[in-house]
Design a protein around this ligand. Structure first.
Ligand code: ADP
Ligand code: MG
Length: 401
C-alpha cells in the first residue's frame, strides 16, 4: 500500500483539548443494518486515531446513501458508529442528530482523546443545497460544534457541500491524511506517469466515465474497456448489443474518441467475447458469445474469458495502471470472472497500480484479493474521476487558503 501521509505535525500539536470536526467518508454498503464492506471506515481510522492520540475531542461527520434532506432511519449511521468503535478499539459516542440537541450534548460530553460520530449529515437539507445561503446557514451550525476542521472524506471532495466546502471557510482547517494520500497518488497518475500507462474502465455509470477518457487519451498508452461501457463502444462500431446497457446519445462521443485515439496512437482495446444472459441476473442462462455475435434477445453481463486473458496480457508490462469500474456484474459469480482476471493482473503489475471506484474496490475485496497486493485502492470513485478529468475539486481548493 501507499504510505499514509499523516496530518501536518504543527496541526496535530495544536489540537489538544480542542473540538475537531472531521469530515470522513463512511458511505459503506449496507444490507439492512449489516455493513457488507467496511473499507471506507477502515480508511478513515488513521486520521481519527491520530487526532484522538493528539488529545483532540474528535467530532466525526459523514453521510450515508442519499436520504432526501430529512431523517430516514434506513440511512442511519448508527451501525457505522459501532463498527468505527470496534476498529478504533474505543467507544464512539453517537449523536442521534447532526447539529441539534443530541449533537450539542454529545460534543459537550467528550473528553480529550474521545471520539463522537454525528448522525447522517444529509438528514439536513442544507448539506447539499445549491443555495449558498441555505448551505452556509447549515455550515454555521456544524462549525459551531468545533474549534477546527479536518477534511478527510476523499469520496466527497468533488462536492461543494456544507460539510466539505463551506465549513472549511468557517474554521481553521487542515487536509486529512487520507485525502493527502489520495491526491498524491492521483498526481502520480497525471504528472509524468511511468510508461507503459494502461487505463482500464468499466462499471455501469457510463456517461460519468466517458469524460475521463477525454482527458486520459492524451496521457495513457492503452485503454481497456469492459463493463457496461463496452456496449456503447460495440454499438458505435455497428454491432448488435441486444438488451445490454447502452447510452445511445453517446455514440457520436465514442466515435470521436475512437478517431482521436487513432490520431494519438493510443490503443483502445475492446473485448472480443462477452458473457451474455437472457435477462439481468439470470445466471442459469449465462453463456459466452463472440462480441460481434450478441443475440438480440440477450444482454452482456461480463467480458468473456478470451478478453479477460487479453486484458491481462495488455497489463503485463504496464508500469502505471488506473482501473475504474468492474468488468461485469461481479456480484454474481457467473459474471465475476472478467473482473477477477483484471484484478489478478493488477496484483502482478511492477509499478503503480491504482483501483478507483466504490464498487471496484468492493469487488477486489469480495473476490478475496489481498488489498496489500495493489499499489493503492482509492476510496473515492467520482472524486478521482473528476481529478483525472482535470476538473478542480472544490473540497481541495477550499483548503488551500
Ligand atoms: P465504480 O463504483 O467502481 O465506479 P460503477 O458504479 O460505475 O463502478 O459500476 C459498478 C456496477 O457496474 C456494478 O454493480 C456491476 O454489477 C455493474 N456492471 C458491470 N458490468 C455491467 C454490465 N455489463 N451491465 C450492467 N451492469 C454492469
Ligand atoms: Mg459505483
Amino acid at each position: 500500500m501507499t504510505d499514509f501521509n499523516g496530518l501536518a505535525p504543527e496541526f496535530l500539536q495544536s489540537v489538544r483539548g480542542k473540538r475537531v470536526l472531521v469530515r470522513s467518508d463512511l458511505n459503506v454498503p449496507l444490507d439492512g443494518s449489516r455493513i457488507t464492506d467496511d473499507g471506507r471506515i477502515r480508511a478513515s481510522v488513521p486520521t481519527i486515531r491520530a487526532l484522538a492520540d493528539a488529545g483532540a475531542r474528535v467530532v466525526v461527520t459523514a453521510h450515508l446513501g442519499r436520504p432526501k434532506g430529512e431523517p430516514d432511519p434506513a440511512y442511519s449511521l448508527a451501525p457505522v458508529a459501532a463498527r468505527l468503535g470496534e476498529l478504533l478499539g474505543a467507544t464512539v459516542a453517537f449523536a442521534t442528530d447532526t447539529v441539534g440537541a443530541s449533537a450539542q450534548e454529545t460534543v459537550a460530553g467528550l473528553g480529550d482523546g474521545e471520539v463522537a460520530l454525528l448522525e447522517n449529515v444529509r438528514f439536513n437539507a442544507g448539506e447539499t443545497s445549491k443555495d449558498d445561503a441555505e448551505r452556509g446557514a447549515f455550515a454555521d451550525q456544524l462549525a459551531g460544534l468545533a474549534d477546527a476542521f479536518v477534511s478527510d472524506g476523499f469520496g466527497v471532495v468533488h462536492r461543494k457541500q456544507a460539510s466539505v466546502y463551506d465549513v472549511a471557510q468557517r474554521l481553521p482547517h487542515a487536509m486529512g491524511g487520507l485525502v493527502a494520500t489520495e491526491v498524491e497518488v492521483l498526481r502520480r497518475l497525471t504528472v509524468d506517469p511511468e510508461r507503459p500507462y494502461v487505463v482500464v474502465l468499466g462499471g455501469s455509470k457510463v456517461s460519468d466515465k466517458l469524460g475521463v477518457i477525454d482527458n486520459l487519451l492524451g496521457k495513457a498508452d492503452k485503454l481497456l474497456i469492459g463493463g457496461g461501457m463496452v456496449f456503447t463502444f460495440l454499438k458505435a462500431d455497428g454491432l448488435e448489443v441486444g438488451k445490454s446497457l447502452l447510452e445511445d446519445d453517446q455514440l457520436d462521443t465514442v466515435r470521436a474518441y475512437q478517431a482521436r485515439a487513432k490520431e494519438l496512437g493510443v490503443e483502445i482495446v475492446l473485448p472480443t467475447d462477452i458473457v451474455v444472459a437472457d435477462s439481468f441476473g439470470d445466471e442459469a442462462s449465462a453463456r459466452v458469445v463472440a462480441a460481434d455475435a450478441i443475440p438480440a434477445d440477450s444482454l452482456g453481463l461480463d467480458i468473456g474469458p478470451e478478453s479477460g486473458a487479453a486484458f491481462a496480457a495488455a497489463l503485463a508490462d504496464a508500469r502505471t495502471v488506473f482501473w475504474n469500474g468492474p468488468m461485469g456484474v461481479f456480484e454474481q459469480s457467473a459474471f465475476a470472472e472478467g473482473t477477477r482476471a483484471v484484478a489478478e493482473a493488477l496484483t502482478k503489475v511492477d509499478g503503480l497500480s491504482v483501483v478507483g471506484g466504490g464498487d471496484s474496490a468492493a469487488a477486489v475485496r469480495t473476490l478475496g484479493f489481498d488489498e496489500a497486493a495493489f499499489g493503492h485502492i482509492s476510496t473515492g470513485g467520482g472524486a478521482s474521476l473528476e481529478y483525472l478529468e482535470g476538473k478542480e475539486l472544490p473540497g481541495i481548493t477550499v483548503l488551500e487558503d
